[in-house]
Design a binder for this molecule. Structure first.
Ligand code: FEO
Length: 383
């Protein structure tokens, strides 16, 4: 696959993977992207998951013939991109490995000593390949500390590491934003401040093509992708609507959540998303919570606390610095309802959270009083 006259795609699709990073379902697989830049000096960017080392080395050989690349540039050391470094070094012992001081510390930790030559670059340093000049842009914690991007000022290509990546193999026929958002909030969501810093650095570059480590190469309408990244990393509200996330043991809390959805729609709310935290994909639920401006949490009181899936969900939000949102609660408890108080306490260190005035308490099952409370909450949320 040709990206420009001089840049070729040599990555691989992984249709065998069950859980990406050991936890994310990827029904459409994953892509591990790698590129070759042809010039007086030839550079390969990043490696792939070790399970695909042979296929990837075959791709490189197919485009380079018998020639060895001059450089292997490592933008990110997470093993989905780095675990074929050892195989690469065995195939190409003359190639110089390009990284930064942190990259080489991690290479040693993962692989021990390598005998290839190395070139440690600094933030803002340039590497000339001949016609192409790469500038390295450090992006610590997007998504590991050693991460760096590089910008080819000749073809105006940004090699963006994990940024602008998505779940899904390259032959997956699916919407970019849906799986890019789930990927972003799952994997990079905690590092909004660092992504904002990177976007500020990148704003000065005349980028025409983005080559990420996962997902498709982005060649047009870049403002759309950069705009979404800006919203996500600033913890801004992307879409109008309300998200209700619930757990239910015997169906009564579910009935309350469903009734609230019905009332919200009746009262003019354009979009209400309802997620059963025990059954839906947790990463999808987290993505939805960050997408909309209002989140309603409904759960049962359980072991003097809240139901386990709700606890896991709230942890998933707060560890990613959930903020700038309105929250409302529905609690259920047959003898001592305290779930609302417990849920609220989890957000005490979260920034800019507004709590709805109305909280719904269900005592076992819906009754006149709790239905009226749901009506009042729906009124408040649609006012
Ligand atoms: Fe795709 Fe952070 O590795």
């Amino acid at each position: 696959m040709k990206i420009t006259e001089d840049i070729l795609y040599v990555g691989v699709n992984d249709r065998e993977i069950d859980l990406f990073e050991g936890q994310y379902i990827v029904p459409e697989g994953m892509a591990y992207n790698s590129y070759v830049i042809f010039d007086e000096k030839t550079a390969v960017t990043d490696t792939v998951d070790a399970r695909f080392a042979d296929e990837w080395l075959g791709n490189i050989k197919a485009v380079l013939g018998g020639k060895a690349p001059d450089y292997l540039i490592i933008h990110h050391m997470e093993p989905d991109h780095s675990s074929s470094i050892r195989a690469f070094c065995e195939a190409y012992p003359e190639t110089v490995i390009v990284g930064n001081a942190k990259t080489f510390g991690m290479i040693k930790a993962f692989f021990g000593d390598i005998s290839n030559g190395t070139l440690a670059v600094k933030d803002g340093e340039k590497l000339s390949l001949g016609k192409h000049e790469l500038t390295f842009v450090f992006a610590p914690m997007v998504h590991w500390p050693e991460v760096m991007l590089s910008f080819d000022s000749t073809d105006k290509v940004l090699f963006s590491a994990d940024a602008f990546g998505k779940f899904g193999a390259l032959d997956a026929d699916e919407d970019w934003a849906c799986e890019a958002r789930r990927y972003y909030f799952g994997i990079v969501g905690k590092y909004g401040a660092q992504v904002q810093a990177l976007l500020k650095k990148a704003a000065g570059l005349p980028i025409e093509i983005i080559c990420p480590l996962h997902g498709p190469v982005l060649t047009e309408n870049l403002g759309y992708y950069i705009g979404l990244y800006n919203t996500w990393s600033a913890y801004g509200v992307e879409s109008e609507g309300i998200c209700i996330a619930y757990t239910s043991v015997y169906g009564n809390t579910k009935k309350a959540a469903e009734l609230l959805k019905e009332k919200l729609l009746e009262k003019g709310c354009k979009k209400v998303v309802l997620n059963d935290l025990a059954r839906a994909d947790m990463a999808e639920c987290i993505e939805d919570a960050f997408r909309y401006g209002t989140l309603v949490l409904a759960t049962t009181t359980y072991n003097g606390d809240i139901f386990p899936f709700m606890k896991q969900f709230i942890d998933g939000l707060t560890e990613r610095f959930y903020q700038n949102r309105r929250l409302a609660f529905i609690e259920n408890g047959s003898w001592g309802p305290l779930a609302a108080r417990k849920m609220k306490a989890h957000f005490e260190n979260s920034k800019n959270i507004t709590f709805a005035e109305n909280t719904v308490t269900v005592r076992s099952a819906l009754n006149e009083e709790s239905v009226a409370a749901i009506e009042a909450l729906a009124d408040e949320l649609t006012a």
